[in-house]
Design a protein around this ligand. Structure first.
Ligand code: F6P
Length: 559
């Protein structure tokens, strides 16, 4: 394991997952699998392409092109059992405070429970609370979409700007883009997150204040970037309208857990949509944080989006580990991270509409599992936190797939594709479909990654001997293939839930708490301190290290 901890915390045997029998069995098993090429794996187990698959909701998941044998799956499931995965999962669904460092329940699964479900946590009827907010969101977005809600000058709203960052931005923007075909109103959504003023200025440039509504989305309502952008938006609006603060009520609503700070900002809390401390920011797109999405697609489609999550929640909660998609995919991710030294996982949607999916997953997975102490505060004994990245196919094919195919690193990849296109055009010769062309690439890539092409095969094609080695496609590179009939609200919900629960599976086995994010705090406080220093030439530049001192001096001299 790489030593990046700098920590002097003790390792406790209690937390040492690597000391378990199942871990040892997997370590002993790995060289056997390592020695086999996927060509051989398929030759000795020809049915695996039909049998190592799962159908969950609308998702068809093929995990046969992984470097796992059926025995590997059994061993991984034994590890999950020995780590108490099923107990942890049941605790999460029941509302136990499994986010121990913040003493909170973790209940994003409650956000998508049907209205007739029952769940009381800490004395609160959680289902009633969730549906009360959903009803309020539905009423508000109905008024917005019908034009009944009007701006300060009496005009209907045409543009909604969601101001938020991290979980208060990445989910809504990813889902809005993915579901652009379901936008059935005159409302267009925009998203401002970065405190770089270019983000706000660029967005406002095309907007008319009279017909613009801002959603200030912040769980805490203390996030510097969001509050700074919200204040800039308010100044712009009042300037543009030549109006006083009373115009704010018709153009600003809030999504938050912090009513006091919402009121402090000047937003009427009657125009606030709440959620709860048991919803982590990166798990919140299906809470009121999805208000912009609901404004665009309507409450019925938003309901289908939530239903999609619930399908996968129920599968995760009830399916045996050996047939449980988030469990198996999480375990396979862990298998490569911990037993094969894989550093990263590529996520490759063959859908341009899912362009922000990898960015969304980066927060979901890396803010959750980028931890080096266990939930008990002891240093972990193995690598944690897969690094997620990706781009839509086929763009990635012409950028980084070279390394996936012939590089020295193994990069397990998730391919996501759809049978039915959201858009289609005829191919150049007019006989085919561009969507089929896209999907032929999807199938070709997973095939070539797994099976490659040997030197003999290449030589047999008459390739010059000095070029053969360069053309060899080693293959043996693992991938998951995920297919769905179409990119619908339900399917995007199913996909998000599939990854949410993989994060949970890995975190449970590593023994870490995937639901806090203390690692982002120090940078925030230091930025506040440094702001005073970098803009005040009279203040001492010394920050205690020569690098920062010199950088600050350089910045002061050039700003
Ligand atoms: O800085 C990290 C973080 O706390 C994320 O976890 C969160 O999604 C984001 O900031 C935004 O927080 P908030 O919704 O409270 O503004």
């Amino acid at each position: 394991m790489s030593d990046v901890s700098g920590s002097d915390l003790d390792i406790s045997d209690h937390d040492d997952i690597t000391a378990t029998q199942s871990w040892q069995a997997l370590a002993a098993h790995q060289p056997h699998v390592f020695a086999m090429h996927l060509r051989e794996v398929f030759a000795v187990d020809p049915d695996r392409g039909r049998e190592l698959t799962l159908d969950v909701g609308d998702l068809h998941i093929d995990y046969s092109k992984h470097r796992v044998l059926r025995e590997t799956i059994e061993l991984l499931c034994s590890l999950a059992r020995e780590a108490g995965l099923e107990e942890r999962r049941d605790e999460m669904f029941a509302g136990v405070h499994i986010n121990t460092s913040e003493d909170r329940a973790v209940l994003h699964t409650a956000l998508r429970l049907p209205a007739d479900a029952a769940l009381t946590v800490d004395g609160q009827d959680v289902v009633a609370d969730v549906h009360e907010v959903l009803t309020a969101m539905g009423e508000f977005t109905d008024r917005l979409r019908s034009g009944e809600w009007q701006g300060h000058t009496g005009k209907a709203i045409t543009d909604v700007v969601n101001i938020g960052i991290g979980g208060s931005d990445l989910g809504p923007v990813m889902v809005y883009q993915s579901l652009r075909h379901y936008v059935d109103s005159d409302i267009r959504c925009h998203f401002v997150s970065n405190v770089d003023p270019a983000d706000m200025v660029g967005t406002l440039a095309d907007l008319d204040a009279e017909t613009t509504l801002f959603i200030i989305a912040s769980k805490t309502f203390t996030t510097l970037e969001t509050l700074t952008n919200a204040a800039a938006a308010r100044t712009w609006l009042l300037d543009q309208l030549g109006a006083g603060p009373d115009a704010v009520a018709k153009h600003f609503v809030a999504v938050s857990t912090n009513a006091d700070e919402v009121a402090n900002f000047g937003i009427d809390t009657a125009n606030m949509f709440g959620f709860w401390d048991w919803v982590g920011g990166r798990y919140s797109v299906d809470s009121a944080i999805g208000l912009s999405v609901m404004a665009a697609i309507g409450k019925e489609r938003f309901g289908e989006f939530l239903d999609g999550f619930h399908i996968v929640d129920e599968h995760f909660r009830t399916a045996p580990l050996e047939q449980n998609a988030p469990v198996l995919l999480g375990l396979i991710g862990l298998w490569y991270s911990n037993f094969w030294d894989a550093q990263t996982r590529a996520v490759l949607p063959y859908s341009n509409d899912m362009a922000r999916f990898a960015a969304y997953l980066q927060q979901l997975t890396m803010e959750s599992n980028g931890k080096s102490v266990t939930a008990h505060g002891h240093h972990v004994t193995t690598e944690t936190g897969e690094i997620f990245w990706g781009e839509p196919g086929t763009n990635g094919q012409h950028a980084f797939y070279q390394l996936l195919h012939q590089g020295t690193r193994m990069v397990p990849s998730d391919f996501i594709g759809f049978a039915e296109p959201t858009d289609d055009l005829p191919t150049a010769d007019g006989t085919g479909s561009m969507h089929d062309l896209l999907m032929s690439n999807y199938f070709a890539q997973t095939k070539v990654l797994a099976f490659g092409k040997t030197a003999d095969e290449i030589a047999a094609e008459g390739v010059a001997p000095n070029v053969v080695a360069h053309k060899v496609m080693p293959g043996n590179r693992p991938s998951t293939s995920i297919l769905a009939p179409k990119l619908t609200p339900s399917v995007i919900g199913q996909l998000v839930a599939l990854y949410e629960h993989q994060v949970f599976v890995e975190g449970a086995i590593w023994g870490i708490n995937p639901f806090d994010q203390w690692g982002v705090e120090l940078g925030k406080t230091q930025a506040k301190e440094l702001l005073g220093v970098i803009v005040d030439d009279a203040s001492p530049a010394a920050q205690g290290d020569s690098s920062t001192d010199e950088l600050v001096r350089w910045y002061r001299a050039h700003r």
